[in-house]
Design a protein around this ligand. Structure first.
Ligand code: NBP
Length: 475
């Protein structure tokens, strides 16, 4: 056998990552359920490197050097389980299976445990970067036993994106940790996109700016601390003119956002862990609202009330929006990293947040200049209680806070929805508040359900006898 690695599942992601391995000098066995995709890959790109065509799973196993290494790039869920079974049937103890799909981390935990019983090593690797990243270098988040990582890590690091000479791939931790952090990565991606959408919507509706001009603003913002892949491609999308109508493309696209599930998974997991990921949750809900077409049509005539006039100084307001976008983005990342810490504690993964920020600097969809700052923050202070407490981010938010408040207030008085800007500001104000109305919530819970409360001036739990003389007893 000659192949150093195999890829099964040759749709967009799998075929590009197989080409990436081949271009990096690895001999790659390629396999797909329907042979047509395998043949198309070899016909179109066979000259790029050393591919070994495998028609059946038995051919695939026979083509691979021991220990065998197979990367699965098929649809997440049942298809992945089916393919794992097929591979496990022809692999031998010590061989390694890597799932590079968008698996739910709890599936990865289950699969790793069950394959370990059969002597097979498993890696659940989150891979981000879309089609282009897969070909040119994605960000790879592998989770699994150290022994498995030792056997495939160097190859994954080689094909990953490289930033400042460092690969955008590192061992995240055991079993489901890689897919967990990939899930949160996608959640942050949802929040990032929602914030960009709100910034765009404010320029359109509050300032009545033409789409192309808004695109120019985003292009300029890409030279500020906002510099990132998503800001860059926002400028591209806004600059695109529809050939059929001559209108901005964004004006002919149906305004109902789709979702494949990773944002929803992030929020479900955050609810279970008790971590407020308000930016991500608002982004998921905003997509759901956009897709509620029947309700939106029926609600179109609802009253807006008396709306305020547009801001007098458009240039100043655009700068306020930039500051609000940055501050809200910091909140979304702070919340995402909180969730990763909580998941890591819950499952005993020991995820290193600084290392994670490092591998998100390139290859992935949320790649951004400011991930360098996150990496520095955690390098200086690995036990940082919140990203918001790192000096750089504290200053960034403090210097933008007045702008942020003006933007949220203006949006409210002009009837423009900014759920992510608004909830991020509410989160910030909640986090820094000396006292919260949670005290009243506790009082109410004690009133109707005898749930008890703690006092600020004494140890223990207390209950007020609400339905008798309203005296207080220790519970
Ligand atoms: P798809 O998610 O569209 O999956 C298509 C592939 O799955 C084809 O190779 C298909 O084989 C195979 N497959 C299916 Br469907 N059911 C199968 C089964 N029961 N047995 C064997 N093979 C089966 O491909 P993709 O968009 O390239 O994504 C691959 C993975 O990477 C997914 O888990 C995805 O979530 C993840 N991902 C995608 C992106 C992205 O930007 N698209 C980014 C990051 C991660 P066939 O050719 O015989 O039908």
């Amino acid at each position: 056998p000659t192949a150093q690695i195999g890829v099964t599942g040759l749709a967009v992601m799998g075929s590009n990552i197989a080409r990436n391995f081949a271009r990096n000098g690895y001999s790659v066995a390629v396999h797909n359920r329907s042979i047509a995709k395998t043949d198309a890959l070899i016909a179109d790109h066979g000259g790029e490197g050393n591919f070994v065509r495998a028609e059946t799973m038995a051919d695939f196993a026979a083509a691979l050097q021991r220990p065998r290494r197979a990367l699965i790039m098929v649809q997440a869920g049942d298809a992945t389980d089916a393919v794992i079974e097929e591979i496990a049937a022809v692999f031998e103890p010590g061989d390694i299976i890597i799932d590079g799909g968008n698996a739910l981390y709890t599936d990865t935990i289950r699969r790793e445990a069950s394959l370990a019983e059969r002597g097979l090593l498993f890696i659940g690797a989150g891979i981000s970067g879309g089609e282009e990243g897969a070909l040119l270098g994605p960000s790879i988040m592998p989770g699994g036993p150290a022994e498995s990582y030792a056997a495939v890590g160097p190859m994954l690091e080689k094909v990953a994106a490289q930033v400042d000479g460092e690969p955008c791939c590192t061992h995240i931790g055991p079993d489901g940790s890689g897919h967990f952090v990939k899930m949160v990565h996608n959640g942050i991606e949802y929040a990032d996109m929602q914030l960009i959408g709100e910034a765009y919507d404010l320029m359109r509706k509050a300032l009545d700016m033409p789409v192309a001009e808004i695109g120019t603003v985003f292009k300029a913002w890409n030279d500020t601390e906002l510099a990132s892949y998503l800001i860059e491609i926002t400028a591209d999308v806004l600059a695109q003119v529809d050939a059929a109508t001559g209108k901005p493309l964004v004006d002919v696209i149906v305004d109902e956002a789709g979702q494949k599930g990773t944002g929803r998974w992030t929020v479900k997991s955050a609810l279970d862990l008790g971590i407020p990921v308000t930016g991500i949750a608002e982004a998921v809900f905003a997509r759901a609202l956009s897709s509620s077409r029947t309700q939106r049509d029926a609600a179109a005539g609802l009253a807006a009330g008396t709306l305020a006039p547009p801001p007098a100084d458009a240039a100043a307001f655009i700068d306020d929006i930039r500051a609000a976008l940055y501050a809200s983005k910091v909140i979304a990342y702070a919340q995402g990293f909180d969730q990763i810490s909580a998941g890591s504690r819950e499952y005993g993964w020991n995820v290193n947040p600084g290392a994670l920020a490092t591998i998100w600097r390139g290859g992935c969809i949320i790649r951004a200049q400011f991930l360098n700052r996150i990496r520095e923050a955690y390098q200086e202070h690995p036990e940082l209680p919140s990203l918001l407490l790192a000096p750089y981010f504290r200053d960034a938010v403090e210097s933008g806070i007045d702008s942020w408040r003006r933007v949220v207030a203006t949006a409210a008085t002009m009837g423009i929805p900014v759920p992510a800007f608004g909830s991020s500001l509410a989160y910030y104000d909640g986090l820094r508040a000396e006292r919260l109305p949670a005290a009243l919530t506790q009082g109410l819970r004690d009133y109707f359900g005898a749930h008890t409360y703690r006092r600020i001036d004494a140890e223990g739990s207390f209950h007020t006898l609400w339905s008798s003389d309203r005296s207080e007893i220790t519970a």
